[in-house]
Every structure is written in structure tokens, then in C-alpha cells.
Design a protein around this ligand. Structure first.
Ligand SMILES: [Fe+2]
Ligand SMILES: [Fe+2]
Length: 470
């Protein structure tokens, strides 16, 4: 099949929805922030080169969002997404307001004794530690570098939460110590949050009120010089801002489907997914290796192999939409919590379907919990609707989950895991997929022992079952 080319902005723009959900924001938050930031850039006459770096930084500003979700949920004993949403509405430059927010947020939804316990725990651990912000900003910058975005984009993301008066986080940078693009990111995200919550007048008022405290005064002046009748505000209010974002696309980055850069995007997002919870540490990366190993043993090659690996890397992207209060819960899940978990493949389908380059693998990725007898989820479809590739991914996912080391237990020995999978063959899991897994775990090819799985595709060989993904 002919390779197709897609603008990088279209791919990243579609995936921003996963970041918006993780950050507790309404879908389209990153895209709308991008519109606001790019309009401010026009007003101040930013150079073409800087505008390009700013554009990608605005799209990927929340790439580190999953890096602190688990710790935030643990420290506050509540839903991380709601916590992140409300934190954006608080003036964190005002210690009293921040404390009030922390106390009302801790243990929310847990009853009186649960809340008291959460507040005591919060006071003990110190919720406002800079390292929560640092984890998010540093990780976001790393993901930007992984995506080979300009260094200026990575630096802007790192400085996302710094404030003009030095009261921001994590480094307390002041004034022009904060990179200009980072200052634009900070202003744009806050204006978007208040615009979505209360409309443009309120958003502009917040920007004005925080002029010279949170925000660079020159940037606030640029924003407030944009009349309320400007097309910006209509675009920000549009149901789908993606088409307006495309108008700002610098057009300097195209990705081809056959390109290693698309693998890189899948790998980068697999890291965003895996960072969400310590319980799924490295899961996506290892499922990709197992899937690839099985597929090679089953004689699958070329484009199909590449698609399988991409689907494996992204199969759990819908988990970004599940609260860490549920994902990381140590005890038994309630029926409602289990329902939330079971919705993640549906979210995977919705997120991947938005990106035309990933749409062909969306079904493959989203069917990883389906079973041949219809007892799986999210649709409960049966074997006649499950391709061999879907059946491989389903087995690889279980194998990884059983054998991986987790915070509460060591990985299961290989033979025991194989026995558990075999007990579901053939009514739930596919016989040939199991044969491929058996054949792969017995291989020991020193030539591929340490090779990254993307390189192994080039070799047409399976990654070693003995390789541990770092
Ligand atoms: Fe899953
Ligand atoms: Fe999974």
C-alpha cells in the first residue's frame, strides 16, 4: 500500500485529546490554547521560526500530564483528574487560596472520616512540593525532545508553570529568565481554562488581574489589544477548533505512514500512557515487544507487523481517561470502578480514530480485551469479528500483565503464566496465537537480545523474550 503523508500537527492535535482528559480539561483545551497563543504571537510579531516552535509546544504542553497523576491522587486521596481541573482555577500565587483549595480537595468523595484522614496525610506529606510540577514539566520536555521538536519547544514546556514574579513552579524563574515561548504557553493555558469555564470576558479579566504577577505584562497587553470581535474568539468557541488550528500550521513537518517518525510518535505516547500508573510501568512497551515476537513467529511481516507494533504501543491510551484513584486502588474494585476500567478500550478507539494516520489501527488496538466466546469487553464481540492480529494482541496483553513485576507482587514465572493462558484456549483465546507465544518464548537469538523493537522490525526478526525493556 502507498505511504500517506500527514501534517505532524494533525497527528499531535488529535492525540491532544488524550492529554486534555488526563489533565481534567474539556476536550479541545490544548487546541484552543494553541489558537490563543498563536494569535498573541501574531500581535507581538514573533519570527516564523519561533512561531513554529511555539505552535508545537502549545500542542504538546501537557505531554507530561501523566507523570504526576498517580502521586497527586495518592497525596490528596482523590480523583486526580478533578484535582487537576480545579487546580487550574486557583490562584496558586496566593498561599491562602491554594491552602483552601487543598483542604477542600483532599479526600473529596470519601465521607467525613476519609476526608479528615486525607487532610492529615496531606499536611504530613506537603502537597505543594515543587517536584509534582517538576515531574510534569520535565517529562513534558522529554517527550517533546523524543518527538524531535525544536529545543525551544521543549524549553517552553519545561517553563509552562513559571510566573513572571518568580512565584511559579518548579524553578521560581523570574521575568525574562522564563523563555518567551514558555511565557506565552503559561498565559494561553490560563486564558483558555477561564474562557472555557466563564467566557472570554472573564478570561481577559483574569489575565489583566495577573498582569506582572503570573504573566509578562507585554503579553497581557498584546492579548487585551485583541478586540472581542476578533475571529480568535469565534474560533475558540467553535465546537471543533481543529480546522482553525490547521490555519496556524507552519507546514514544516510532515510524517509519512511508513516513516520511523510515526513509530516514534507511538513510542512517545506509549511512555505517556505507561507513566500514568506505577501498576502499568512499561506495560505498553513490553506488550509491543511480546506482540512483535509472537507476530514474527506466526510469519507476519512488513506493514502488518509495523501496524501491530503501533497498535500494541497505543492499545491502552484510553487508560489516560481513567482516574488513578481507580487504576491504583490496592483493594477490590467496586462495580462502578470496574465499569470505569472497562471503558478504556472504548476511549482508545475514540482517541485513535481522531488521528487519520492511526485510524487504521484503532479497531485492532481497541479490541484487546475481547474474547472469542464474547465474554470480553468493551463490545463483547465474538471470534468471527476478531482478526488473527487482534487475537495476538489480546494474548500478548495478558502475558505481559501476568509476567510483569508490579509494586504489589513479582511477575509470575513463565510456565505458570503459560498455563493460565492455555486454560483459556480455545474458548476465549486463540490456539495459534498461543502457539506463536510458545514458540517465541523459546527463542534465544543473541543478535536481537539488546535491539530496540523498532530496529528488530527492520531485521524481520523477533525481539528477544529475554530482553527487559528499560
Ligand atoms: Fe487494556
Ligand atoms: Fe494492556
Amino acid at each position: 500500500m502507498q505511504d500517506t503523508r500527514f501534517p505532524l500537527s494533525e497527528i499531535l492535535g488529535a492525540l491532544t485529546h488524550a492529554l486534555d482528559i488526563t489533565e481534567g480539561q474539556p476536550p479541545g483545551h490544548a487546541l484552543r490554547s494553541c489558537l490563543i497563543g498563536m494569535r498573541v504571537a501574531e500581535v507581538i510579531g514573533l519570527s516564523e521560526r519561533d512561531r513554529s516552535a511555539l505552535f508545537y509546544a502549545l500542542l504538546m504542553k501537557d505531554a507530561g500530564c501523566s507523570a504526576n497523576a498517580s502521586r497527586m491522587a495518592a497525596i490528596f486521596s482523590t480523583d486526580d483528574m478533578e484535582l487537576k481541573r480545579t487546580s487550574k482555577l486557583v490562584d496558586t500565587g496566593d498561599p491562602k487560596a491554594e491552602r483552601r483549595w487543598a483542604v477542600t480537595s483532599a479526600g473529596r468523595g470519601r465521607g467525613l472520616s476519609g476526608r479528615v484522614k486525607a487532610i492529615v496525610e496531606l499536611a504530613r506529606t506537603g502537597a505543594f512540593a515543587d517536584d509534582l510540577y517538576a515531574a510534569r514539566c520535565e517529562r513534558g520536555a522529554e517527550i517533546a525532545r523524543m518527538l524531535q521538536l525544536p529545543e525551544a519547544s521543549a524549553e517552553a514546556i519545561r517553563a509552562l508553570d513559571e510566573h513572571w514574579n518568580g512565584g511559579g513552579r518548579p524553578s521560581g524563574l523570574r521575568g525574562e529568565e522564563i523563555p518567551l515561548l514558555g511565557r506565552i504557553l503559561g498565559l494561553s493555558q490560563t486564558v483558555e481554562v477561564f474562557c472555557a469555564a466563564a467566557g472570554p470576558y472573564e478570561a481577559i479579566e483574569v489575565a489583566r488581574a495577573r498582569r506582572s504577577t503570573w504573566f509578562d505584562p507585554a503579553l497581557v497587553d498584546a492579548l487585551t489589544s485583541i478586540p472581542i470581535g476578533d475571529p480568535l474568539w469565534a474560533a475558540v468557541a467553535a465546537e471543533d477548533p481543529a480546522e482553525f488550528v490547521a490555519e496556524h500550521d507552519p507546514g514544516d513537518r510532515l510524517v509519512t505512514t511508513g516513516d520511523a517518525q510515526l513509530d516514534l510518535i507511538a513510542e512517545a505516547f506509549s511512555q505517556v500512557i505507561d507513566a500514568k500508573s506505577p501498576y502499568t510501568f512499561n506495560h505498553s512497551a513490553r506488550v509491543a515487544d511480546v506482540t512483535l515476537g509472537m507476530a514474527v513467529q506466526a510469519g507476519i511481516e512488513g506493514e502488518r507487523l509495523r501496524d501491530l507494533r503501533r497498535a500494541a504501543l497505543l492499545h491502552d491510551i484510553g487508560k489516560l481517561a481513567v482516574s488513578n484513584a481507580v487504576l491504583d486502588k490496592p483493594g477490590k474494585l467496586t462495580d462502578d470502578e470496574f465499569r470505569q476500567i472497562k471503558r478504556h478500550p472504548e476511549q482508545t478507539l475514540a482517541i485513535l480514530s481522531r488521528a487519520p494516520c492511526f485510524a487504521p489501527i484503532a479497531e485492532l488496538a481497541a479490541n484487546h480485551h475481547e474474547k472469542l466466546d464474547g465474554s470480553g469487553y468493551h463490545r463483547g464481540i465474538t471470534g468471527d469479528q476478531l482478526t488473527f492480529d487482534m487475537r495476538i494482541l489480546a494474548v500478548a496483553d495478558i502475558y505481559e500483565a501476568l509476567t510483569a513485576n508490579r509494586p504489589y507482587r513479582d511477575g509470575m514465572p513463565l510456565e505458570k503464566a503459560m498455563g493460565i493462558i492455555a486454560s483459556d484456549v480455545p474458548h476465549k483465546l486463540d490456539r495459534e496465537a498461543l502457539a506463536a507465544l510458545r514458540s517465541w518464548v523459546q527463542t534465544d537469538d543473541p543478535a536481537v537480545l539488546a535491539a530496540p523493537s523498532a530496529d528488530v522490525i527492520e531485521l524481520g526478526r523477533a525481539p528477544s523474550p529475554h530482553r527487559r525493556v528499560a
